[in-house]
Design a protein. Structure first.
Ligand code: PLP
Ligand code: ZN
Length: 412
């Protein structure tokens, strides 16, 4: 059995046992997100530095004692997590910084950080005896769910906006999901999937709505901490849409703080696109989330009604962090800069965090010697049309060495 003590409502503080509640607080409705609370006293006896040293599992499941899993036999076979944390020497030299690290989450099985949440949700569905899982998504949560269900022989029913990038839609279809391409926004797809959950009795993975998505995503923070030998970074930059990933990052460090592995929290920096910044505006302003009509190239963070917004704002503020907005042009430029100076290819929402880092560095909001981790949340192959806007055309040549010589001269 796992070590979950209770699920606690973020709004009214009511506590529930795992089997008493499904998704959000029954008293507070969809706003009443539940925080998963653990019995740290028991975990401490099992989860030690010695335990980690002897642990040969190099996936997110090396942190099993800190995850809400009651039946580990239901864990799927895909290798999720333990993605690289790079120290990017060329970028460091170029920017004159010494302590920058990049966590490449595009290295997960379906090429985004979302695999961490889906891996947990697929176990939770089976624990309650449900084999049909639904979710609404801007694309990555869906493709991760479809991959995870395919790996264990469950079914997925996906609601995505019909203009989701082609690669993400293709992933869904290849993994055998039933795909509903919604003639509307992500926010509309979200509500539709909740109605479908009620109508058809499916298990729901929706970001924020399902309390366990944060728990899966927190493993990225557990890894960062372990990869840095539990020497906590000063700042972590995260691209934000619903605010679920950044909440997960907070939760991972919070767990480690409670277990005595670290002595302070990193400051969390939320980065959003200028055309869709409800979380950043709330963090930097009065703390209240005001829905917006999204307008950004970064489809994964094109979220007008952030479903984990209240949680994210609370956690970012508690960490002492702040928010930054970047333009679509800065997002595209960051794809090119990151790619050409590190070999890491980010989708637009993946490079948003890095664009925010560059802006914070240039404006002096952070210092050159600060220890910083930037999380790249999704791989660039997910949206090559956007990436093509950030780069030049190739050099077109006839198949002769003379033409290659001529064209090379022209480019010099
Ligand atoms: C690549 C990528 N980056 C960032 C995010 C934002 O995560 P969240 O919606 O939890 O804030 C997403 C969510 O879809 C994503 O797919
Ligand atoms: Zn409540």
């Amino acid at each position: 059995m796992g070590h979950v003590k209770s699920l606690k409502c973020l709004i009214c503080g009511s506590e529930y046992q795992e089997d008493e509640v499904e998704y959000t607080c029954p008293k507070c409705g969809n706003e009443g997100l539940l925080e998963v609370e653990y019995d740290y006293g028991t975990i401490k006896t099992e989860f030690t530095k010695e335990y980690l040293k002897n642990n040969k599992n190099y996936s997110m499941w090396r942190y099993l004692p800190l995850l809400p899993i009651n039946d580990a036999s239901k864990i799927g076979p895909l290798q999720v997590g333990f993605t690289p944390l790079y120290d990017v020497p060329i970028i460091r030299k170029d920017l004159g910084v010494r302590n920058l690290f990049i966590k490449d989450e595009g290295r997960n099985p379906t090429a985004s950080l979302k695999d961490r949440a889906s891996a947990v949700v697929v176990v939770k569905a089976q624990e309650v005896g449900l084999n049909d899982i639904t979710c609404a998504s801007t694309g990555n949560a869906a493709s991760s769910l479809a991959g995870a269900t395919a790996s264990v022989g469950l079914k997925s029913y996906i609601f995505v906006p019909k203009n989701a990038p082609k690669a993400k839609l293709t992933q869904l279809l290849v993994f055998g999901a039933t795909v509903f391409a919604v003639n509307g926004t992500y926010d509309e797809a979200f509500d539709l999937s909740i109605s479908a959950t009620k109508e058809f009795g499916w298990y729901n993975r929706n970001t924020g709505f399902n309390p366990y998505t944060v728990e899966g995503k927190k493993t990225v923070a557990l890894e960062i901490a372990e990869q840095l030998n539990f020497d906590v970074p000063d700042y972590i930059f995260v691209s934000v849409g619903d605010g679920n990933i950044i909440s997960g990052v907070y939760k991972g460090f919070f767990d480690l703080l409670n277990l005595g592995f670290i002595d302070r929290m990193p400051k969390l920096i939320a980065v959003q696109a200028e055309g869709c910044s409800p979380v950043v505006d709330a963090v930097n302003g009065d703390g209240i989330i005001r829905p917006v009509i999204p307008n950004t190239i970064a489809d994964s963070i094109s979220v007008g009604i952030p479903r984990s917004g209240i949680m994210a704002v609370k956690y970012i503020k508690e960490s002492g962090g702040f928010g930054i907005k970047v333009s679509d042009l800065e997002i595209l430029n960051a794809i090119k800069y990151l790619g050409s100076k590190s070999g890491i290819f980010a989708e637009p929402a993946g490079s948003t965090s890095f664009a925010g880092y560059l802006k914070a560095l240039n404006s002096g909001s952070i210092r050159k010697d600060d220890k910083v981790v930037v999380i790249i949340t999704g791989n660039g192959l997910k949206d090559v049309d956007s990436a093509m806007r950030a780069v030049k055309e190739p050099i077109y040549v006839d198949p002769t060495i003379e033409d290659v010589k001529n064209k090379l001269k022209e480019t010099k």
